[in-house]
Design a protein. Structure first.
Lengths: 305, 628
């Protein structure tokens, strides 16, 4: 039973990374109807920004603010940096292509993904980089025989806090209503006086920034990062988005968490599961889509004729 | 309307630029030009600057070109997002590698086998998910690509040798000739490309290719005009996969070693880019796109680690400046030659005449309805449909008498269109049955119902906007045609006869509704009223017994409404039966033989027009109850 809960906890932790990245995917998809393939690479970018801040002056930030304070500062700076990167990506690669329709946008997004990935490689090099151990909190406690690190607790709490904030903003505020309206029908929303540029600015700043922070936490959790890590997370997050129902904010969160839990339970219990887990995830996804073509929480929309 | 649909339209609007009708070079120059290009390809290895290295580059351009062409069937012709095409390529390559190294089966024999394996695999994995729309299908294809790669990496039963891959794959042998050198492989791959292009172009210019395009333009409208959308989507996947499988075979024998690293997601993404860079659906564009993708990194080889950075940027810049691709597909010719059907009789008007004769012969051969008054051609029994807690249609009985006009009227939201959707097979009723010519049709798929003889139009017009008016109408006879893709590729005489029949019947129907002069105009360029007529022509072209029209007069002015009434009357005298939803009371009262009134999903009255006109219940439904 102890192993089960440990796996569950691991799954929740990974799942909260997926969920945070998926949130951004879903928000961008909602407004742009774009599969933002560069989203996963912005996550990797965030991870590298965090890494750079933490290793700066051999851990100066940690020395000044303490281990938890340093982490907070790092997350904050990463948030800002990745938000700006997200806005830049939208301005450079998506806005000029948007009028041409969906397929060119997909190619542009793929191009952006390749660009960011190789940009990271050009700056930080192709090899693994390690988050230094002295900047990552290592405190841990045992709870009914389950070994729990404080970092894990922090990641879970912070991720859930972020998700709650996003949920509140999107579902309960006026501006959130504008975002949802833009997602439902961009043209009508524009005609009703919603400033679509603000909405786009919002989703392209916040979405990648959330992913970027997940990237920092991911770096702390696994300790090692690589330039092409974004692709895998991007794909998982996209899968989570679809699993939950694309464009659906709570769906993305639940999809992400579910994905993480399934993945780590499968890897833990299935012999040789580690190597097959990605395949397993996709099979689950396909089965879910056969059963519910618009995702778990996606509304069952009858085609209008 | 779902968003995918709107956006797909938007793509085409932007892609099919206004010069899509611009005539290309004259046929003779065109022939010379094509000949010159073929000659260039044949002589390429002998040019002085070509060494083995560049011949190999040309070979890899060929590999990507063939893969691009295969993806183009799915993505360009049918408009399905396939980002996992590499899976099929991998299946072909591994089929070849495993069977060749373990059982010594000659490579050349494995060429068709690779195609079959890849095609069969595509059929198996795509059939359960082919109904998914847009991005849901996209993620599934990505997933399939990843699953195949993960399986290969995990080395099941020691077949694939895991991440190390399979080595020692043999080379193909044609008679005494071993295909070994770079030049040989160059000719092999480009020879295959030539065959693929011929097959692809012939498919494009047949009912198969048109069906694919109808689906791309509007899948629902296609299904409701008798096109088996599911099968045609699957066919596209299977054909695309088979060609990718063939490519895998050639690739494996050229490399002599294959490993999972050659089949990453990035490959699928590159193929996607090739098709888009070249121009959707365009054969020369795909070749060009492949050349760009392969040669670009070669040229920038000296920049080593920066070349992919450039490449990513180049993709974005390309999409900003040429979103439609480098060589977007154009209609080759103005006029009916654009259909690509050879030897159509000249002038075009003969087609109309021939079509009319055909339709009359067909009509004469049909069994006569002996007692038109007693029997109903269409009958619904206690049809009920719930949407969640809402009962949209409630125990509805409808009788449609043959060769008469029956109207279904009622206030907005009464459930009229829903009832039509049940009759035409879009919705399955929660309860009740639909009978057509005394046979139950409940639960049949829309295209099967069209085949049985029910055609319809839509309340909000659903044409195939980027196809010509004649092509739109040509979707009608499709459901009665029988020749398959093989006869289209081989251009059999039966296939030609069938194509000619399709054109003739469609020409006649287009002429009948007075749109003959617009035959080569794109449907989206027609004014609203004419689009309605085009829909009617398209429905008529399915040679239906029963024509269902959903608010045909909406958006028409008085004059046009009168013309419509005339057309309806003439259709009745031609022998059609008409079922009508209509709000324009002049039209309803003017043409109907029988009227059924629907409110809140139930039938509240029916009778001849004069009775309905003064029926208190009907007036109440429309205007509300009078205050006492």
């Amino acid at each position: 039973m102890g192993i089960f809960f440990e796996q569950l906890l691991n799954g929740l932790t990974i799942g909260s990374f997926y969920a945070l990245v998926a949130l951004g995917y879903s928000m961008v998809y909602g407004v742009m109807k774009l599969i933002n393939f560069a989203h996963g690479d912005l996550f990797a970018f965030g991870s590298y920004v965090g890494y750079t801040i933490l290793v700066w002056g051999s851990g100066r930030i940690t020395q000044i603010f303490g281990i938890w304070g340093g982490m907070a500062v790092t997350l904050l700076i990463t948030f800002i940096a990745v938000a700006m990167a997200g806005i830049l990506v939208e301005k450079a690669a998506y806005r000029p292509v948007y009028p041409a329709g969906r397929l060119p946008l997909v190619v542009s997004a793929l191009g952006m993904s390749i660009f960011i990935q190789n940009g990271i490689m050009a700056v930080w090099g192709p090899r693994f980089q390690a988050y230094p151990s002295e900047v990552v909190p290592s405190a841990a406690f045992d709870f009914f025989g389950i070994h729990i690190t404080l970092l894990k607790v922090f990641i879970l709490f912070f991720s859930f806090f972020l998700m709650a904030v996003i949920y509140y903003v999107v579902e309960k505020t006026t501006f959130g209503a504008a975002v949802r309206a833009a997602a439902l029908d961009r043209e009508t929303a524009t005609m009703l006086g919603i400033d679509i540029r603000k909405v786009i600015f919002f989703v392209f700043a916040l979405g990648p920034a959330l992913g970027g922070m997940a990237g920092v936490m991911n770096g702390m959790y696994y300790r090692s990062i690589q330039f092409n890590m974004g692709w895998n997370y991007g794909l998982k997050a996209f899968t989570a988005t679809i699993l939950g129902g694309i464009g659906n904010i709570p769906g993305a969160m639940i999809g992400g968490l579910l994905l993480g839990i399934m993945e780590s339970l499968f890897a833990g219990y299935f012999p040789g599961g580690g190597a097959w887990k990605d395949g397993f995830i996709f099979i689950v996804l396909i089965l879910v889509l056969i059963w519910r073509p618009t995702g778990l929480i996606g509304e069952k929309i009858a085609e209008k004729v | 309307m779902d968003l995918t649909h709107i956006f797909q339209q938007r793509i085409h609007n932007s892609q099919v630029s206004n010069d899509s009708h611009k005539p290309q070079r004259s046929p003779i120059i065109q022939k010379w030009f094509s000949g010159l290009i073929v000659l260039l390809f044949l002589l390429l290895p002998f040019f002085p600057f070509m060494n083995d290295y560049w011949i190999d580059v040309a070979f890899f351009v060929g590999i990507y070109a063939l893969l691009g062409l295969s993806l183009n069937i799915v993505l360009g012709e049918v408009g399905l997002f396939d980002l996992g095409h590499t899976a099929f390529y991998a299946i072909g390559a591994y089929t070849t590698a495993i069977l060749n190294t373990q059982f010594n089966i000659p490579i050349l024999l494995l060429l068709p086998l690779s195609a079959i394996m890849a095609g069969a695999f595509a059929y198996l994995v795509m059939s359960p998910v082919i109904h998914l729309r847009g991005d849901y299908l996209c993620i599934v294809t990505i997933g399939i690509g990843e699953i195949v790669r993960i399986i290969i990496v995990n080395n099941p039963w020691g077949l694939t040798n895991g991440p190390n891959g399979i080595t020692g794959i043999g080379v193909p042998q044609i008679g005494p000739l071993m295909i070994l050198s770079s030049t040989h492989f160059y000719y092999l791959i480009w020879g295959l490309i030539a065959l693929a292009i011929i097959a692809l172009i012939r498919l494009q210019r047949s009912r198969i290719g048109r069906a694919w395009n109808y689906i791309r333009e509007d899948a629902i409208a296609a299904e409701l005009n008798g096109i088996d959308v599911r099968s045609y989507k699957l066919l596209a996947f299977v054909l695309g996969a088979a060609i990718a499988g063939i490519t895998g075979n050639v690739y494996a024998s050229k490399m002599m070693i294959i490993s999972p690293d050659s089949f990453l997601f990035m490959e699928s993404a590159l193929l996607f880019c090739i098709v888009l860079l070249g121009g959707l659906g365009s054969v020369p564009g795909t070749l060009f796109g492949a050349a760009v993708i392969v040669v670009f990194p070669e040229i920038f080889r000296q920049f080593a680690s920066f070349r992919l950075l450039f490449f990513g940027a180049a993709l974005m810049v390309m999409m900003i400046f040429r979103p439609g691709g480098i060589l977007p597909r154009r209609r080759g010719h103005v006029g009916l030659e654009g259909l690509g059907i050879r030897n159509l009789p000249q002038p075009d008007e003969i087609l109309v005449q021939n079509g009319q004769n055909r339709v009359q012969n067909l009509r004469a051969s049909l069994p006569k309805i002996t007692n038109p008054d007693s029997s109903a051609i269409l009958e619904t029994k206690r049809i009920t449909l719930h949407f969640g807690g809402l009962t949209a249609v409630n125990l509805f009985d409808l009788h449609v008498k043959p060769k008469k006009i029956t109207s279904l009227i009622g206030p907005n939201g009464a459930g009229k269109t829903t009832l039509f959707n049940i009759i035409t097979g879009i919705y399955r009723p929660s309860q009740g049955q639909v009978f057509f010519q005394n046979k139950e049709i409940t639960g049949l798929k829309p295209h099967q119902i069209v085949q049985k003889g029910i055609a319809r139009t839509f309340q909000n017009i659903r044409l195939f906007p980027n196809m010509t008016c004649l092509e739109n109408v040509m979707s009608g006879p499709h459901c009665h045609a029988r020749t398959n893709y093989w006869s289209a590729i081989l251009r059999t005489p039966t296939q030609y006869q069938e194509e000619k029949t399709i054109v003739e019947i469609s020409s006649h129907r287009l002429h009948q509704v007075g749109l003959w002069e617009y035959r080569n105009e794109l449907a989206r360029n027609l004014p609203y009223g004419k689009q309605r007529y085009l829909e009617i022509a398209r429905a008529l072209a399915t040679s239906p017994q029963l024509l269902i029209l959903d608010e045909p007069s909406s958006g028409l002015n008085d004059k046009e409404s009168e013309d419509l009434m005339e057309l309806l009357q003439s259709l009745i005298s031609e022998g059609f039966t008409i079922l009508l939803i209509e709000h324009d009371m002049n039209v309803v009262m003017g043409v109907s033989d029988w009227i059924a009134v629907m409110d809140m999903g139930s039938k509240i009255a029916e009778g001849v027009p004069a009775d309905i006109y003064n029926h208190p219940v009907v007036i109440e439904a429309y205007l509300g109850k009078e205050e006492e």
